[in-house]
Design a protein around this ligand. Structure first.
Ligand SMILES: *Cc1c(COP(=O)(O)O)cnc(C)c1O
Length: 224
């Protein structure tokens, strides 16, 4: 049987070295996280605030914790002191709260805006127009304690490869357009987070430089 260690190493070896690999450890125990850690993994993704706080307390302090779920404004304060990157920012209101909590912690918090690229109703996220209007807003321009590093998205869960490719391509185009229109010369807007266990190869082909992989490293989840 393959171990978490081998799984991590195989995927790390399989993807280009300039693509960052976030190991999505949601629902998985600390022992498994430590196995990936021992194989060299330092970036882990969680989608529940409570679970993330518990793991952060118990696990090595040099882990970079990525929040990849839907974040409620009233919970930002719990993760602000330590979170490395918040992937799923889907409103100006949430961004304002993150800015405020970052200021309280005397730091800057890195975020990605989530674009809704999938057809499915259930996926959170902003339209391209909404993303652009955030970047254009005075409120956003005044924010001193958030660094928007790029965009994130999830493709439809389907066997239709062409649909997946076109959704990732839409995200890549929105990313490039945002860069040109709003972040000209600002090198920190440079992360495109897309691709999970089932579709990371397509995502990388379409230009992802960060992938979020759970089940291929840790095995299937019992619940989600
Ligand atoms: C769970 C999750 C993943 C990882 O899913 P796998 O299919 O297990 O690789 C990636 N991104 C987000 C936002 C998730 O919630």
């Amino acid at each position: 049987m393959m171990s978490v260690k081998d799984n991590f190493k195989n995927i790390r070896f399989d993807i280009p070295k300039e693509v960052e690999l976030v190991a999505v450890s949601k629902t998985k125990p600390n022992e498994m996280i430590l196995e990936a850690y021992e194989a060299g993994c330092r970036d882990f993704g969680e989608n529940k605030v409570q679970e993330l706080i518990g793991k952060q307390e118990d696990l090595p302090k040099n882990i970079k914790w990525h929040f990849i779920g839907h974040l409620q404004s009233n919970k930002v304060k719990y993760i602000a002191p330590f979170v490395y990157l918040i992937h799923g920012v889907d409103s100006l209101k949430l961004l304002k709260v993150i800015n405020k909590e970052a200021a309280k912690n005397n730091k800057s918090i890195q975020c990605l805006l989530q674009l809704k690229i999938a057809k499915e109703e259930s996926k959170y996220g902003l339209s391209k127009q909404e993303v652009f209007s955030i970047f254009q807003s005075e409120a956003f321009k005044k924010m001193e304690f958030v660094t928007v590093r790029g965009l994130m998205g999830m493709a439809t869960y389907t066997d239709d490869q062409l649909l997946i490719q076109s959704e990732f391509n839409n995200l890549k185009e929105a990313f490039e357009e945002s860069k040109t229109k709003f972040f000209d010369g600002n090198k920190s807007f440079n992360i495109l987070s897309m691709g999970m266990s089932s579709d990371y190869k397509y995502a990388i082909n379409e230009g992802a430089n960060m992938v979020r992989i759970g089940s291929l490293i840790f095995g299937e989840r019992q619940y989600c």
